[in-house]
Write a protein that binds this ligand. Structure first.
Ligand SMILES: C[S@@+](CC[C@H](N)C(=O)[O-])C[C@H]1O[C@@H](n2cnc3c(N)ncnc32)[C@H](O)[C@@H]1O
Ligand code: SF4
Length: 445
């Protein structure tokens, strides 16, 4: 048996280009243009009131493009006022088109997520227009959670007041690091003083939950600086801390530079080091009273500060997705919107749903998807899968679970599978073994 320190430590695995984070299943390369009609078909079915519904809106504008970023974002002239105005209009029309669909009749969203890009790039007036407009189509007064992603330097007191009044319950700040040198050299638009200014004011006006995102392994990160970032995070005492491990997908500026130089290895820490840094962050936060809630986050009080978006998404809820390149899901049908601004705006203006590609999952794919996503919580409940899918995961995944247990990454106790910390920190690497054979070596793009 190998010691369960780090799955990859023996290989000293370097960071090379490509996607690491498993955001969904089956891999996106299996979602096809020719399946777009599946979304329309499922939306024409009778309303399924029992399935929770969410709403995701992608706001693709940012002040600057960070060197490591792989999201669909527009900056500079492509993020001018008239483009934002056209975008808001399109999003509202897109939502109206969904609200007319039989599958959604009588259903209101339980969870809302404004992601990006940088949702907080919008002005207070634009935010009011957008959110009042959305609520007039689909009220969400009874939503359990409204998450809003922010880049700290875009926030001021007025904008935070407006967000609070508009019903945001979970404010998520892209802090990433506390060192101005590291922030600048990674192309971030904000500096550390903006972190403190926005955090302190947001705290003072009483958002229910404040989350801070950090990235382990930014360009120029050091042991000493990471140590200080973790200490500064704990001192701020946010309700939730999310720590991502730096990945370098092909559409990042960092990869572009590697490609020009002919480099294979990215100029950031290797995977064992990044995992050790996340482990350090989690341990320090646990010492300060936090609980590790999943592979990426630690929360101050797990009963009070839940992350409903993640919980719903990983247990098969429906989700309307709005905006360019966003991802949605209805009753086993995955879809992604048009990836570029022009086609997105044009298709909505033409009265169409702007869907770019889709996939209708088989029953087996649905089971694998939930097993994979729920492993990211750090545990699986055998009875849940028995009841929902009529499948015994101990039989169906005996090889994969047995291998992880033999490697010291998980324990099986009665009906519960629990990942040990080293397994949890490497989960995105380990999950591929659970994929169906045809998906094993697919690229996540
Ligand atoms: C859409 S951004 C959050 C809001 C805002 N755009 C910002 O960056 O402040 C979502 C998060 O993804 C994470 N992220 C972005 N690129 C990453 C990468 N290459 N590797 C790991 N995490 C990344 C960052 O922690 C970032 O806060
Ligand atoms: S601010 Fe956020 S979304 Fe925008 S480029 Fe940077 S990481 Fe990407």
């Amino acid at each position: 048996m190998t010691p369960a320190t780090d799955v990859l430590s023996s290989e000293k695995k370097q960071t090379t280009a490509g996607n690491y984070f498993v955001a969904n299943y089956p891999p996106f390369s299996f979602w096809k243009r020719e399946n777009r009609h599946k979304v329309e078909e499922v939306l024409d079915r009778k309303s399924n009131l029992d399935t929770p519904l969410g709403l995701y809106l992608h706001l693709p504008f940012c002040r600057k493009r960070c060197h490591f970023c792989y999201f669909r974002v527009y900056t500079g002239r492509e993020a001018k006022r008239d483009r934002v105005a056209a975008y808001i209009e399109a999003v509202l029309n897109e939502l109206k088109a969904y609200a007319r669909k039989p599958l959604l009749a009588g259903r209101l969203p339980q969870y809302i997520y404004f992601g990006g890009g940088t949702p907080s790039f919008l002005s207070p007036e634009q935010l009011e227009q957008l959110i009042h407009g959305m609520k007039s189509v689909l009220p969400w007064d009874r939503a359990e959670e409204v998450t809003f992603e922010c880049e700290p330097g875009t926030l001021d007191e007025r904008k935070l007041d407006v967000l609070r009044e508009l019903g945001v319950t979970r404010l998520s700040l892209g802090v990433e690091n506390f060192s101005d040198h590291v922030l600048k050299s990674n192309g971030r638009a904000h500096l550390s003083k903006e972190i403190y200014r926005s955090y302190d004011y947001a705290r003072s006006i009483g958002f229910h939950q404040i989350n801070i995102d950090l990235i382990a392994g930014m360009l120029n990160e050091t042991e000493e600086n990471w140590h200080s970032c973790v200490a500064k995070t704990a001192a701020l005492a946010p309700d939730c801390v999310t720590v991502y491990q730096m990945e370098i997908p092909f559409n990042t500026a960092i990869y572009q530079q590697m490609h020009e130089r002919g480099d294979i290895v990215a100029p950031v820490a290797d995977w064992p080091t990044k995992r050790a840094w996340v482990a350090e962050a989690f341990e320090k936060l646990e010492d300060s009273g936090y609980t590790v809630a999943d592979a990426y986050s630690a929360v101050r009080n797990p009963d009070e500060y839940r992350f409903r978006y993640r919980e719903y998404l990983w247990t098969g809820a429906d989700m309307i997705s709005l905006g360019v390149s966003s991802f949605g899901h209805f009753r086993g049908v995955h879809y992604q919107n048009e990836k570029d601004f022009g086609p997105y705006i044009d298709r909505v203006a033409g009265g169409e749903l702007p869907i770019h590609r889709a996939l209708e999952m088989t029953e087996e794919e649905k089971l694998v998807r939930e097993v994979i996503l729920q492993l990211k919580f750090g545990s699986l409940d055998r009875a849940y899968f028995q009841e929902k899918f009529g499948a015994d995961i101990y039989d169906r995944f005996s090889r994969q679970l047995g291998r992880l247990r033999d490697d010291g990454h998980l324990a099986i106790d009665g009906d519960r599978v629990t990942l040990r910390r080293a397994g949890l920190l490497a989960i995105d690497e380990l999950l591929h073994d659970f994929f169906l054979p045809q998906h094993q070596s697919a690229r996540y793009t």
